[in-house]
Design a protein around this ligand. Structure first.
Ligand code: GLN
Ligand code: ZN
Length: 765
């Protein structure tokens, strides 16, 4: 094979969904039985080909193979290794496609259903992978040919494929088993034997480079895991291919020396998230090894400052005589496909973005510039400078009054006038609630009728006034239902919201929305994150009319429902020209104004959801304190402006509470409702070990399941919670919002929940 150029452009992975989400449509049609496997395979092949050719046309020297997946790249690795939980009844042979889909989603057009594998977030991204399940005495066995077939497919197109695989230690780290994590390392020899087979087979196909992703090197690794790296990679050395070990999502930090010394042919580092480490790596990595610099941000949508990037790369080049590869910081899976498809982003803003396709161009441009081909790159560099200059100077981005308001924040803005113990009396007096008040998390079913009305209104098919009337009728219906159910604190039901972040983003200055900026979340599911590009301000009240209307319909208190600043931030693409903490404070002030308006309108209970607070935790423990400090501060600024008698609620979407309970307490919400039905005991331990000072509503049933919960089961949960939380501080509520359920499920579930609350009250009299 020809030698690669000294400075080489490559990619860690391209988004697989397709510019028009072709993968999603194909998968869903196949699952519905609308076409057969041959048709699905054909569509997959067409997508792979399009993406490879696009990367070749951009000028990449190597194209990734294995980044295409029918569902998830971790599941691809798991099935390639033949790790099939017994309940799926695999026969030990090649994993056929429907078996693969049953692991992913519990069912497929053929085969018997079984509970799907668990899904969880891939590091600190919004992408979800399927957790490998290890059995006792797990064995590994090469069980598929899809990867090899795709390599051949790329070669047939005249491309130079670089297969991309989840590395053995990262795969093992992410797996679950009944045993302790460190004991799992005993499985390593068997696992590595199959990795060796894979590499040998790729070598036989004529592959020269293989990328093994080991993002766990960006985590705090226990010593046995650190120690496992050199041994593992020496087993893979001399396997006939050269290994590029890829780390991303953060600094190597205490793993830096280790990573630089591994017996691999190349090391990829994230020069965006770990910018400060680049020089150290350039110095430490032995000469003769390839250094791959992840210079273009694979986690965000902004255009690269090419001049600044070039200067950094030139410094690296002077340190390294050897070869230098340029790449995005991580796989481009985490950004949308192509900005030129967008019809919704304002025209002056589009050039500020680089989606996956544009990022490839940036990498190739940097390669040319680094090689001194400045005439060829001049125009593109100029265009890039103009775009950056227009972003820097844009009034969309900079609103001096917003920055001034943040700068003028005082310590008193972060504190309620009195501590919980003193203000709660005023709230009880005003609200007159029974013991164990029953409430919900906010949303009621988003019915087909609601979604249809919204899309017709958006398309201009029905006038705004008609849509408003429709939403009012939905609110009135939700209030009627709740009164009939006997809930104590009501909600308006959130019929007007398609999404808890998008709704607020659309009402705030500083956000833009793309028309086609989809990113894969899991399987065929994609999300279109809002983009925060400028200083955030609230031009007008966002929820006030709906909530006020709902309150006119009932004597019971109606909660005002807002999304909190940290969640707005964590579920958006965030501007990279100021610290995230600063953007979060701007969001906090906008929400604070809304809180103030609701209070002024007589709303006595206001819930500020921080569903995504935990998700924002940095990968390294040492960085948690700083994040939690500004996140908690932002929440407090959003919420602390109210009187004693106004009750602030918050809601969080996870049960993994124990390690951040101090920060949750520091948010000082009067009431916190949390997910817990799937792991109540672990959660309740948190309340045994930490004297949580305020009120709490541990979810009593799992809204993700279509099963209707029984009152007895909920009562049992409540009794256990009651043993840990004083009676006057315990609330009764589901785990999360009900928007994905139907009224036929919600009515019996809430009837049973209210019955459980009443039974507990009766027992406490
Ligand atoms: N209030 C929101 C709802 O009920 C909260 C959603 C969430 O926690 N993700 O839908
Ligand atoms: Zn939730």
């Amino acid at each position: 094979m020809d030698a690669l150029p000294t400075i080489c452009a490559h990619n860690l992975g391209f988004p697989r969904i397709g510019r028009n989400r072709e993968l999603k449509w194909a998968l869903e049609a196949y699952w519905r039985g609308e076409f057969d496997q041959d048709e699905l395979e054909l569509r997959g092949r067409a997508l792979r080909r399009r993406h490879w050719e696009l990367q070749r046309a951009a000028g990449l020297d190597l194209v990734p193979v294995g980044d295409f997946s029918w569902y998830d790249q971790v599941l691809d690795m798991t099935t390639l290794l033949g790790v099939i939980p017994a309940r799926f009844g695999g026969d030990g042979g090649a994993v056929e496609l429907d078996l693969y889909f049953r692991l992913a989603r519990g069912r497929a057009p053929s085969g018997s259903p079984a509970p799907a594998c668990e899904m969880t977030k891939w590091f600190d991204t919004n992408y979800h992978y399927l957790v490998p399940e290890l059995s006792a005495g797990q064995e590994f066995r090469l069980s598929g040919t899809r990867l090899f077939d795709q390599v051949a497919e790329a070669q047939a197109l005249g491309l130079r494929p670089k297969p991309v695989l989840v590395g053995p230690l990262t795969w093992l780290w992410l797996a679950r088993s009944a045993r302790e994590r460190d004991d799992r390392l005993e499985l390593l020899p068997g696992l590595l034997a199959v990795y060796r087979q894979i590499l040998a087979r790729l070598a036989a196909q004529g592959v020269d480079w293989v990328q093994l992703d080991e993002p766990i090197l960006a985590l705090d690794l226990p010593a046995p895991w650190q120690a496992a790296f050199p041994d593992a990679y020496s087993v893979l050395e001399n396997g006939g291919v050269r290994v590029l070990l890829a780390n991303y999502f953060g600094p190597l930090a205490d793993n830096l020396t280790l990573a630089c010394a591994l017996p691999v042919a190349g090391l990829h580092v994230d020069a965006v998230r770990a910018a400060d480490e680049l020089d150290a790596v350039a110095e430490r990595l032995p000469s003769g090894r390839v250094l791959s610099v992840g210079i273009v941000d694979g986690r965000n949508i902004w255009r690269t400052d090419l001049d600044a990037a070039l200067v950094r790369l030139q410094v690296v080049l002077t340190r390294r005589e050897g070869r230098l590869w340029l790449a995005p910081s991580c796989s481009l899976l985490h950004v949308p496909v192509d900005r030129t498809d967008d019809d919704r982003v304002p025209e002056d803003v589009i050039p500020w973005f680089a989606f996956a396709t544009q990022k490839l161009d940036e990498i190739v441009l940097l390669r040319h510039a680094l090689a001194g081909e400045t005439t060829a790159t001049r125009d593109a560099f100029d265009a890039s400078r103009r775009a950056l200059a227009s972003r820097r100077a844009s009034p969309r981005v900079h609103r001096p009054e917003v920055a001034a308001r943040v700068a003028a924040l005082r310590a008193t803005d972060e504190h309620r006038a009195r501590p919980y113990g003193e203000r709660i009396g005023a709230q009880r007096e005003r609200l007159q609630l029974p013991l164990f008040p029953a409430t919900t998390i906010g949303s009621f079913p988003q019915t087909a009728a609601i979604r249809q009305a919204r899309s017709r209104w958006r398309a201009g098919e029905i006038p705004e006034a008609e849509y408003d009337d429709f939403i009012r009728a939905e609110i009135a219906n939700a209030i009627r239902e709740q009164e009939a159910l006997g809930l104590d604190v009501l909600v308006h039901g959130e019929a007007e919201r398609n999404d808890m972040v998008e709704y607020f983003g659309e009402h705030l200055d500083g956000f833009v929305f793309s028309g086609n900026g989809w990113v894969q979340s899991y399987g065929s599911r994609c999300v279109k994150p809002p983009i925060i590009l400028g200083d955030v301000a609230r031009p007008a009240a966002m929820t006030l009319d709906w909530i006020r209307y709902a309150q006119t319909l009932t004597d019971k208190p109606v909660k005002g429902m807002l999304t909190g600043p940290v969640t707005l931030l964590n579920w958006s693409f965030v501007r990279d020209d100021q610290p995230r903490a600063d953007t979060c404070l701007q969001l906090a002030l906008a929400i604070r104004d809304e809180v103030q308006d609701l209070e002024g309108a007589g709303i006595a209970v206001i819930q500020i959801d921080e569903a995504a607070l935990r998700e924002g935790l940095p990968l390294r423990h040492a960085d948690w304190g700083e994040y939690l400090a500004w996140a908690v501060r932002a929440f407090r600024i959003a919420s602390a402006g109210v009187d004693d008698a106004t009750q602030i609620h918050t809601h969080m979407c996870y049960s993994d509470f124990n390690d951040i309970i101090g920060a949750v307490a520091a948010m000082d919400a009067d009431v916190t409702t949390i997910e817990s039905a799937r792991s109540d005991d672990r959660l309740l331990d948190a309340f045994r070990d930490f004297a949580y000072p305020n009120e709490i509503g541990p979810g009593v049933y799992d809204i993700h399941s279509p099963n209707v919960p029984q009152a007895a089961e909920m009562l049992d949960r409540l009794r256990r919670a009651r043993a840990r939380v004083p009676a006057e501080r315990l609330w009764v509520n589901p785990d999360c919002g009900l928007k994905t359920r139907s009224w036929d499920e919600v009515r019996p579930a809430l009837t049973a929940m209210v019955a459980a609350a009443r039974a507990l009250r009766a027992a406490s009299d």
